[in-house]
Design a protein around this ligand. Structure first.
Ligand SMILES: Nc1ncnc2c1ncn2[C@@H]1O[C@H](COP(=O)(O)OP(=O)(O)OP(=O)(O)O)[C@@H](O)[C@H]1O
Length: 292
């Protein structure tokens, strides 16, 4: 199979390389690309066809009340248990806006969004969201262990203290993410990559059904990247639905089975090797970006 050189950041070079690789895909593979650009109705074609979607959007319009322009228009898409989806698109395409709407941080403008069959934002316990690093206040005086324990809060009642089981789960998540040495260190004193590991440990401790990660691979080293990817693979085995926004197209091509390409609308969604075609990448990122 075709291999892709790792592209750490979205550059003209990385897009061009992917386009060259995608061009080499056999014609039959490319014929299978199923993109209905106009109606934006996405048919999910994997084995989970009969299962209930974990996340369902129908004719959804997403945006901000203080902004007259919608960010994403007429989005219709379903994500099923075990889907591991890379969400790609240029800056400002609407990746974070999609995540914020699913977790209920911003209200839906129009249409329908359901999570586990209920309204988005009503399932805090089973949905874990890791925002972009810049959106987190790292100065909060809290240790790594306390951050990870926050993943258990949704399972406890208001006055309930974490029990033995919670402590075991937290310790296990800390071990899995390789941050045991840092457990008593303040989160603000950790490096950027360590902080990403800690936040994924918090998500693991939560035992979520849905995990949304916004640019977890930005500015992390290869070891951290591998730890994150390995844990995402394990979550997939537990049928966790995972959406990961990233600009690292090479990493997506090599590691994610499914990809959603956004640019204020759905450009394409499906199996990564089928949707990362030159046409779709150019449509999302623009010809100029590719041929300069
Ligand atoms: N709080 C806000 N109020 C108004 N507009 C906003 C707000 N947050 C984001 N936007 C706008 O929404 C659009 C989509 O932003 P969003 O953060 O979803 O893009 P993105 O695809 O995640 O981009 P990036 O790759 O740069 O993180 C942008 O034009 C942005 O300026």
């Amino acid at each position: 199979m075709i291999s892709v050189q790792r592209a750490k950041i979205i550059t003209t070079k990385s897009i061009s390389r992917l386009i060259r690789i995608a061009s080499r895909c056999s014609e039959s593979l490319r014929r299978n690309v199923h993109v209905q650009r106009k109606s934006i109705t996405i048919q999910h074609m994997n084995n989970d066809l009969q299962s209930t979607p974990m996340i369902h959007l129908k004719n959804a319009c997403l945006g901000y009340r203080n902004d007259r322009e919608l960010v994403l228009k007429n989005i219709t898409i379903d994500f099923f248990p075990g889907d591991e989806v890379a969400v790609i698109g240029p800056n400002g395409a609407g990746k974070s806006t999609l995540f914020k709407t699913i977790v209920g941080l911003i209200p839906l403008m129009q249409g329908e969004v359901t999570v586990h069959g209920g309204r988005g934002g009503n399932h805090k316990d089973c949905v874990s969201y890791i925002p972009q690093k810049e959106a987190i206040d790292w100065n909060y005086p809290i240790t790594v262990r306390e951050v990870v324990m926050m993943g258990r809060f949704g399972k406890l009642s208001f006055y309930q203290k974490p029990g033995k089981k919670d402590i075991e789960i937290v310790n296990s998540a800390i071990q899995r993410m390789g941050v045991a040495d840092l457990a008593d260190r303040k989160i603000r004193d950790c490096s950027g990559g360590q902080q990403q590991r800690v936040f994924l440990a918090r998500s693991l401790a939560q035992h979520p059904h849905i995990l949304l990660m916004d640019e977890p691979f930005s500015a992390v080293d290869v070891a951290t990247e591998q730890v994150i990817l390995e844990n995402l693979r394990q979550l997939r085995e537990f049928k966790v639905t995972t959406l990961v926004a990233t600009h690292d197209l090479g990493l997506v091509y090599e590691n994610f089975e499914r990809t959603l390409i956004l640019n204020h609308r759905i450009v394409a969604y499906g199996l990564t090797k089928e949707v990362m075609t030159p046409e779709n990448l150019q449509e999302a990122f623009g010809k100029k970006a590719v041929y300069v």
